[in-house]
Ligand binder design. Sequence first.
Ligand code: AMP
Length: 408
Amino acid sequence: MQTRNETPEIGFQDLGLNERTLKALKQAKFESPSPIQAAFLPHALKGRDCTGQARTGTGKTAAFVIPILEQIDLEDSKTQALVLAPTRELSEQVAEEAKRLAYTSTCRTACLVGGRPIRKQIDDLKKGVQVAIGTPGRVIDLINRRMLDLRNLKIVVLDEADRMLDIGFRPDIEKILRRCPKERQTLLLSATMPPPVERLAKRYMQDPTRVDLSEDGVMVDSVEQFYVTVDADRKFGLLTRLLRAERPQQALVFTRTKRGADTLYRRFAGRLPHVAHLHGDLPQPKRDSTMKKFRAGKIRLLIATDVVGRGIDVSGISHIVNYDIPEYCDDYVHRVGRTGRLSSDDRGRAFTFVTREQGNELTNIEIRINSQLTEYRVDDYEAFRPAPAPKHVEPKKKPEIPEFSFAS
Ligand code: AMP
């Protein structure tokens, strides 16, 4: 893991930032730029369009929040910056980081996400919001209601662009970008750069500077990664033994589906304290209170699906468990990126449960991260039964061919 004292020589004071931002950074205890910040900020601060390949946990939020804060005119109450993010949780995290780094200024931000009362967001917008952060659906809604005016935007950020496209936000994003002024800066952050993201960048950005700090190598260093072979019906038994053996500070357990998360949660509920689950079908207030408790360390085991689990920035997460192996290799990178955080000195540990039939999926992940996972066994627990020995079957005799001869 890159830590603060391993970051490149460049310091925040070398970037020509204004005093206000430097003060806020000091207040936030950011001593020197993280690698993504050191690589991204010099270009972004010049007003260039930039793409940055970096996962959450590397300091990517500040890499775009700082250029926003440097550019906006505090005397002007119009909306000058827009950040689009895939989930409500991530939008709120970005808004918090923006507030933290705008600490000494009067910059006004609003978080425009679904599942929250639109009335309050409209009231905020009416009062004047310089930095709008939100999910594409709600942002479109507010544009359609003529509450959010994009005409004065100077800077647009697409955060976690790969995930936004994965969950089907492409049409909304394009609609929004088409309404933004042509003369603007566009920053795009993404953990991965698959072709759909490349196409989006090509279409809506001007000759972007590409900063590739994809963290595969870093991730491997900062997180110890294991796989455990398990029968599908023994996963729960394995998980409970694993928790007992590992005694995590905080663990995030991923399931593939919302129903899977519900079922797993029900098996723990009432039997183990400090357990919760999080997925997109749960009511927003419930999701909020769960996140709050998880951040505060009151929830120790959180069972989540990919969409909501992604982007969770909680420094106490010591363990990731892929109870279900992720469907896409990139999701593996995102899930495992929840531990081994920038601010944490301990190496995180990630465990992936693999059934016998999922060997190929494990191999694909290993190819993706260019590293092999270590096999892990829990003592005293037979996570999988040996395959039954094949029944003895008499080798089939070749049918006899009656003697014959070809016509002469
Ligand atoms: P992010 O990747 O933006 O989710 O950031 C991960 C965590 O690192 C957040 O808690 C940030 O506040 C923190 N962070 C970001 N940049 C720095 C920095 N330069 N020094 C110390 N902590 C940082």
